[in-house]
Design a protein around this ligand. Structure first.
Ligand SMILES: [Fe+2]
Ligand SMILES: [Fe+2]
Length: 337
């Protein structure tokens, strides 16, 4: 790894230059300061990827510098390594209590320096990716909720479908990358409904046949919406095919059996189960068991029997019911009517 910017804060010029040399040779961009105050001045114009700081320094010592760094939101995640003289256990303890990532004992070898810097930069990179991933998922959920909130009876639908689908996928032993696709696909499965007008989406009566035709376009619309977004491309088949049926009588493409992507077969069960279990507010709680029986009844016709078996196992382990209960408070007027 190279190209990252490392800030060295050390008042001993010989040591500072030695470290700078070792890191520069490895391709790191290195900046130097001789105390905390100087380092903060440098940081007003750039954010380093990692800080390596001495403790005892004039003007502003390493601990005060560390406190200042950690008090700025945009610097909180920068890995901070302290340089300590051999035997100064107190330094290490104080440093750890202030949140240093690692410490290096002076005099340090090239190997020790590079190993620590490399490890901390890799870890910081992993954390950044994980945060980015979370941010993606949160923005997707916000987008999907834009549809959810329009209809009080389906509120929480996306969240529950995602949770049911994940549990089923885990029961089926799906690999992590597929589970992630299924999560994204579940969040977005009805995104195409965004183009459907409120009067139709919220219509209390049965839809007319031309309204149904429009409604049945939502998997295509949704898939079109995300097909050019790289990190969502893998979820696209789930969005497009979540209304296909195992017997080939679904839509939009009439795919049959294993022609239907596995993720879509899983989301189909999760989606239908949720729709059936919350669709009957007047039944006051009986909807859940009835919806479960209906899923079992439709195994081999509407749904993939293997997916239904996995769903059944999750039900027997009480996992489906737990999801339902934990999100129940978010379903308005379910028990009150
Ligand atoms: Fe749908
Ligand atoms: Fe749905």
């Amino acid at each position: 790894m190279s190209g990252e910017t490392i800030l060295i804060v050390e008042d001993n010029q010989v040591l500072r230059e030695g470290i700078r040399e070792m890191l520069s040779v490895e391709g790191y961009h290195v900046l130097c300061a001789s105390n905390g105050k100087e380092a903060l001045e440098q940081m007003s114009t750039f954010n380093p990827d990692l800080i390596l700081s001495d403790i005892a320094m004039p003007e502003m010592d390493g601990f005060e510098f560390l406190r200042q760094v950690r008090s700025h939101a945009e610097w909180v995640t920068i890995p901070f390594l302290i340089l300590t003289a051999r035997g100064e256990k107190d330094d290490i303890l104080i440093g750890k209590s202030l949140g240093v990532e690692d410490y290096l004992v002076k005099p340090l070898t090239r190997q020790e320096l590079l190993t620590a810097v490399h490890a901390r930069l890799s870890r910081a990179q992993e954390i950044k990716l994980a945060q980015l991933h979370k941010a993606y998922e949160a923005s997707l959920t916000a987008l999907a909720n834009a549809i959810d909130v329009r209809d009080p009876y389906t509120r929480g639908h996306v969240e529950r479908v995602t949770a049911y689908a994940q549990v089923i996928a885990e029961q089926m032993g799906c690999r992590d990358s597929l589970i992630e696709q299924i999560r994204f696909g579940s969040i977005l499965h009805d995104i195409g409904k965004i183009v459907i007008q409120d009067e139709m989406l919220l219509k209390p009566d049965t839809l007319t046949s031309s309204e149904w035709e429009k409604m049945r376009l939502h998997p295509i619309t949704g898939a079109e919406m995300i097909k050019h977004i790289d990190y969502l491309a893998a979820a696209m088949p789930i969005v497009r095919h979540h209304h296909e049926r195992w017997d080939g009588n679904g839509y939009p493409d009439g795919l049959k059996g294993e022609e239907i992507p596995l993720g879509a077969r899983i989301v189909a069960v999760a989606d239908s189960f949720d729709a059936m279990s919350i669709d009957r507010p007047y039944r006051n709680g009986r909807g859940l068991e009835e919806a479960y029986q209906e899923i079992l009844r439709c195994s081999g016709t509407q749904f993939d029997p293997q997916v239904v078996k996995a769903f059944q196992r999750a039900w027997q382990q009480n996992k489906i019911q737990q999801i339902y209960v934990s999100t129940k408070t978010k379903v308005p007027s379910f028990d009150s009517t």
